[in-house]
Structure formats: C-alpha cells, structure tokens
Design a protein around this ligand. Structure first.
Ligand SMILES: NC(=O)c1ccc[n+]([C@@H]2O[C@H](COP(=O)([O-])OP(=O)(O)OC[C@H]3O[C@@H](n4cnc5c(N)ncnc54)[C@H](OP(=O)(O)O)[C@@H]3O)[C@@H](O)[C@H]2O)c1
Length: 281
C-alpha cells in the first residue's frame, strides 16, 4: 500500500514522499531482498549513505523491483573524510554509479564534522554537483543552527532538507522551528527510537485507544509535528503497516508524546550520543 499522507514540496519545487524506508544495515542478498520488499510494499523514498556501504544493494533493488525508477526518490550522503572539494565531487559520482547511474534524487552531507571544519567546502561541492547534474535536490544531515548559518552565509544556498535525530525521546523543537523558518524540511532519523519508543507506556496507551500499533502512532506523530520519518524495517508486514498511517492523533496526544522528548523528561535524550557539535564521522 502506498501511504495516503500528502507529499512534501521541497524548497526547490521537487515533490517528496511523506515517509521513506531507512536502509542502514541492509546489506548483501538479504539487504537487497528487504529493500526490494520495501519498494513493493509501497515505499517511494529510500534512505542510504556512502557510509552504510549498501549503495550497491539499493541499486540492485532499484533494478529488481517492478516499481519504475522514475517513481522512486533515493537519498544518499557524504562522509566526513570526503568533505574536501575534489574528494566530495568524486564521492558523489561514485555513489551515483553504485546506485545505478541515474542522478541522485537527494544528496546530503552526512555530518558537519565541525572539528575538521570543511563542511562549507563540502557544501560548495554539493551545489556544483547539482549544477553538473549528478544530483537533483541537495541538503544536509545533523546540521544545527551554526552549521546551517555557515553554509547559507557562505553560498546563499539554503538546503532543501536537514535529516536529524528525532523520536519521542528527542524532539529537537528549537532546531525544527529554525529550519522550518528557512523552508527546510526536517527528516527524522531513527524515528522509532531504534524500536525503544515502541514500548513507552504513553505510546502504547495511545495505540490501544486507536486500535493501531505503537509504530503507527509514532510515525503519525512525526507527520503531525511536520517531519518526514525514514523508519527502517526488514519485515515486509511491518514495512507495510508502517505506511498505513490513516489514524489522526488529537493535539493532546501529540503533546503527550512530544513531552517525552523534552529536557527534564525522564527518558529525554539522544539514542547513542551522536551530538553534531562534537561527532566526527
Ligand atoms: N543521518 C543520520 O545520521 C542517520 C543516523 C541514523 C539513522 N539514519 C537513517 O534513519 C533510518 C532509520 O533509523 P534506524 O534504522 O536507526 O532506526 P528506527 O527506524 O528508529 O528503528 C528500526 C528498528 O525498529 C524495528 N521496527 C520497525 N518497524 C517496526 C514495527 N512496526 N514494530 C516493531 N518494530 C519495528 C526494526 O526491526 P525490524 O527490521 O525487525 O522490523 C528495527 O529494529 C536508518 O535506517 C537510516 O537510513 C540516519
């Protein structure tokens, strides 16, 4: 089933599905099977990275599926060691080849790596890759306000997307307000909190009230706070269920879930400490 959620329109005018399939860890023939199953289940957005070492698997799934390539959006990302301009341009072309040769639909800088401090240079390379036709839409991941201001001040080009950690235990309201003000779409990584958020009593009680799964509640919550989640599942039944988001949460339910992820709440926090201010990847 395709999701009934309306697509996003990125700030470059491109339409983007409201939910994508995360592919971290989907490698080898099992990975190809899981990604192909996701496409057949109805996903039209795949999220990978040069760092996941599964771009060939994504490319193979795109070849194998019955879904026309033109209907699928593929996101991949640039790693820190490839931030220097020429390396970035080469890395982007290599990703394009591994993914099957079509222009990459959305290309992100994976982490700002502030200590290395070459992310502005990387952003120039990504902009030029768009000019060259290697990529269509461009954005960033794990960029916080100072990193966003630096690349926009240097180039005048506003990213279409910022993919950041967001789940019920980490809701990042100030950053989301800032990026929304710039017309940047927020994508949520680890949107299910790596599965941990699915056992939270607040989430399970809302799920019971609606007669849906905890994952459906969490994914619908992402949608209602204005985010684009990229949940990962290798299980075809869970893949399909995660697209079935017709339920509507009340404002009070959205607020109860958001409250779990604010500073001061007992379970508040990043899943594994990936702080963009210090992380170097
Ligand atoms: N930009 C970044 O720095 C960054 C960082 C981390 C992740 N990401 C992206 O975000 C994607 C998603 O994040 P994630 O993979 O870390 O974790 P996630 O999507 O929050 O959680 C994945 C886990 O939830 C389980 N799951 C999925 N649907 C379920 C359901 N309906 N019921 C019960 N369990 C369910 C999956 O197991 P099954 O497979 O068994 O269903 C898997 O163990 C990644 O794959 C990657 O593409 C990006």
């Amino acid at each position: 089933m395709r999701t009934a959620l309306p697509p996003f329109t990125l700030n470059d005018g491109v339409e983007y599905p409201a939910i994508g399939l995360g592919t971290f860890g989907m490698r080898g023939s099992e990975g190809v099977d899981a990604i192909t199953a996701g496409l057949e289940a109805g996903y039209r957005l795949l999220d990978t990275s040069s760092g996941y070492r599964n771009e060939p698997e994504v490319g193979e799934a795109l070849r194998r599926t019955t879904v026309p390539r033109s209907q699928v959006r593929v996101t991949t990302k640039l790693l820190g060691p490839d931030h220097p301009y020429e390396r970035a341009r080469r890395s982007i072309r290599a990703s394009r080849e591994r993914l099957g040769g079509d222009p990459i639909d959305l290309y992100l800088i994976h982490w700002p790596n502030p200590r290395q401090n070459r992310f502005v240079e990387a952003w120039r390379a990504v902009i030029d890759a768009r000019e060259a036709g290697d990529v269509v839409s461009i954005g960033v991941s794990n960029f916080e306000r100072p990193h966003l201001e630096a690349i926009i001040d240097a180039t005048g080009v506003v990213p279409a997307v910022d993919q950041v950690e967001i789940h019920p235990y980490f809701v990042s309201e100030p950053l989301r307000a800032f990026t929304a003000g710039l017309g940047i779409v927020t994508e949520s990584w680890s949107p299910l909190g790596l599965g941990r958020a699915l056992h939270d009593p607040v989430v399970t009680s809302v799920a019971a009230e609606h007669g849906v799964t905890a994952a459906q509640v969490v994914l619908r919550w992402h949608h209602q706070i204005g985010c684009l989640p990229v949940p990962r599942s290798s299980d075809p039944r869970r893949q399909a269920a995660n697209l079935d988001l017709a339920l509507v949460l009340s404002e009070e339910e959205v607020e109860r879930i958001s409250a779990l992820g604010r500073p001061g709440s007992p379970r508040y926090g990043r899943l594994w400490g990936g702080d963009p201010a210090t992380e170097e990847r």
